[in-house]
Design a protein around this ligand. Sequence first.
Ligand code: MN
Length: 241
Amino acid sequence: MAADITKKDRSASMDYIFEPAPQSFIPIKGSDQKFPVRRIYCVGRNYADHAREMGHDPDRDPPFFFQKNPNNILLGNSDFPYPDKTSDVHHEIELVVALKQGGKDISLSDAKSCIFGYAVGIDMTRRDLQGEMKKLGRPWEIGKAFEHSAPCTDLVPVETSGFIEKGEIWLDVNGERKQSGDVNQMIWNIEETISYLSGLFELAAGDIIMTGTPAGVGPVIKGDEMRGYFEGVGSITCKVV
Ligand code: MN
């Protein structure tokens, strides 16, 4: 008992050697409250037509995942700075699901109860670097998890949006429609994704999931304006600078 108290006291009296990084967050639409982001999971090739355009068979292989860093989020329709070390940055418009609770091995029937709300995000991708890593069988981080690589709208709570099973999603570049689909075309729907993911990782409140992109991904250059939309959640505007 005495040893425990000593341990606790020591921890309480210890200081960080420098100021911890600020907590990443997403504002909640119509509220002064913020959603603190713990992890960002992304689903790969979750729409058949996008799997095809990337040269893969859209069969129902198990879903696969990669991560971005919580501080890669770009909020409030901010400008997207064209990143270094690439000449082929692509847009991927995605429905974002935010979790208010998590766990391990979440059943399909419990998955819905984990959902806090939804946002629209763009999974910005250094496609040339991702392609090199794919070829070499190396991790995707340099293609996916770079600074400002996750532009995102405010979150709409599920009490407002209802549980989302369908809805039009699209992205325009300079007013021209590049991507369009319906989230009911996902190969793995939201509940299946949460359930499967929770078998691989212990999910928790604050985790967000970028649920994959429909076909039509493509490059942007400095000066382009991306505008993304998801029915029921809203739109995102993001200029490449
Ligand atoms: Mn994506």
